[in-house]
Design a protein around this ligand. Structure first.
Ligand code: DLL
Length: 439
């Protein structure tokens, strides 16, 4: 158990560290990181050499902008382990998330990395008021997705009773919430709403359960949705942000004042850049979040372009934590969709369709939210001959496509074959996605 822990903080020394000291720590760790990747990751060494940069050129935080960006494409090019900075014998965990094509983005953690991650997650849980007497039900998916195990290790580090429920089987989730006296719920905000709704259908009111707080994230959600979840579940809803490439859940979370999400700056340097030019933007500007991981061994990243749009606030927060706050991500600068917590790139669906002879490349993805659950429908034009054929063949093809989409993305979809030329042709960029969800 962490000695520095008090009622209010998990790690007071770090969480309330003065700006000067925090920046000094970041600089020291940045220098260590640059040396580490230059020595151990040939991909980074080549990139730096190409622009004539030596590790010794990076001395202060102001030098950060000399370093090249890292993008999802870099991770794909080095798939699966090419960016690891530790030998495989020191890697103890692997996670993965979807990439823009069939290949996943693979990340690796050393034992120390898993511990650092658990520390950050424990800080997030304590920010919600949780402590070792809490009962934390983790309904994020367990597996390659970072949500389940990420929240789990943090809850265990805190010393709370950890309930590894994983996602799905909503009625059973509610029975556990009730019978086990769950006080903290960790899941996506859309699943939280669904749990709330199912609870109501089961005749269970928020007064019948002991829920106090929730760490909800992995997808964008609005303030309205926050209030709705709070009303339905009778808890205080916190926004937790993260991405597999950086750490999974716990990169940032809001405190009780909910004026932005504190980014754990002893572990990450965060910048906001212009999504088009890559230029670093002044404090307060809205742009793309870029992270440099300064406290990771296995898979450290330099200036990783998240594609998430946000802004930073370095102002003093009433909670006493000095770490910068990022505003709720307001969208993305690419076409990635998050459907039931799963990252989906339209290009992944396109590649499934192109592998199926009878489908034409004209398709549209329609996303909607029905009863608080995301529903994805894929409309695809088929050839004249197939369309005039009998219905049975069409149904069979719809099933095949839906099955293949599920095997690639891991989520179900409704597939609808439509008449040739019925999908509106575009004169510019094709509008592949219609997102009807009102967040
Ligand atoms: O979603 C990690 C996570 C798990 C975060 C559980 C929070 C809770 P990925 O699957 O790699 O990792 O997806 C990362 O999800 O770049 C954002 O676009 C989006 N995202 C994550 N958290 C939030 C949030 C996990 N609180 C991508 N608000 C990110 C808005 C979020 N978007």
């Amino acid at each position: 158990m962490n000695e520095a822990r008090t009622e209010k903080y998990w790690n007071r020394t770090v969480e309330t560290m003065g700006r000067e000291q925090l920046n000094a720590l970041q600089e020291e760790r940045l220098r260590g990181l640059v040396n580490r990747v230059y020595t151990h990751v040939p991909y980074y060494r080549d990139k730096m050499q190409q622009i004539g940069l030596q590790p010794g050129d990076i001395k202060t935080l102001a030098d950060l902008k000399k370093l090249p960006f890292t993008t999802k494409t870099d991770l794909r090019d080095t798939y699966p382990f090419g960016m690891f900075a530790s030998p495989m014998e020191d890697i103890v965990r692997i996670h993965a998330s979807s990439g823009t094509t069939g290949k996943q983005t693979v990340v690796g953690y050393t034992y120390r990395d898993v511990d650092t991650w658990a520390e950050c997650m424990a800080r997030c849980l304590v920010m919600t008021g949780a402590d070792k007497d809490s009962r934390v039900q983790v309904c994020y998916g367990y597996g390659l997705f970072t949500g389940g195990l990420g929240a789990h290790y943090g809850a265990e580090k805190l010393g709370a009773v950890t309930i590894p429920a994983s996602s799905g089987n909503t009625q059973r989730q509610i029975t556990m919430i009730k019978d086990f006296g769950t006080t903290v719920l960790c899941c996506t905000p859309s699943y939280a709403l669904y749990i709330g709704e199912t609870m109501r259908e089961m005749g269970i009111s928020p007064d019948d359960v002991k829920l106090e707080a929730g760490c909800f994230g992995a997808e964008p959600w609005s303030e309205n949705m926050r209030r709705e979840i709070e009303r339905m579940l009778g808890l205080k809803a916190y926004d937790i942000y993260g991405l597999s490439e950086i750490m999974g859940p716990s990169v940032a979370q809001d405190c009780q004042y909910q004026q932005g999400l504190h980014v754990w700056e002893d572990c990450h340097i965060v910048e906001i850049v212009d999504p088009d030019t890559g230029e670093v933007l002044p404090e307060g500007s809205t742009g793309e979040l870029v992270f440099t991981t300064i406290n990771k061994e296995g898979f450290p990243l330099i200036r990783y372009r998240t594609r998430d749009i946000s802004a930073l606030d370095y102002g003093v927060c009433e909670c006493g934590r000095s770490h910068v706050r990022m505003m709720k991500p307001s969208g993305r600068s690419d076409d990635m969709l998050i459907i039931r917590g799963v990252n989906v790139f339209p290009s992944q669906i396109e590649s499934v369709l192109l592998n199926i002879g009878e489908a034409t490349p004209h398709y549209q993805i329609i996303v909607d939210r029905v009863n608080n659950l995301d529903i994805m429908t894929v409309e695809i034009e088929v050839s004249e001959t197939l369309f005039s054929d009998h219905v049975k063949g069409m149904e069979q093809l719809e099933k095949t496509i839906s099955g293949q989409i599920e095997s690639v993305l891991g989520i179900t979809s409704n597939v609808r074959l439509v008449e040739p030329k019925s999908i509106t042709r575009s004169e510019g960029k094709a509008k592949r996605v219609i997102d009807k969800r009102k967040l």
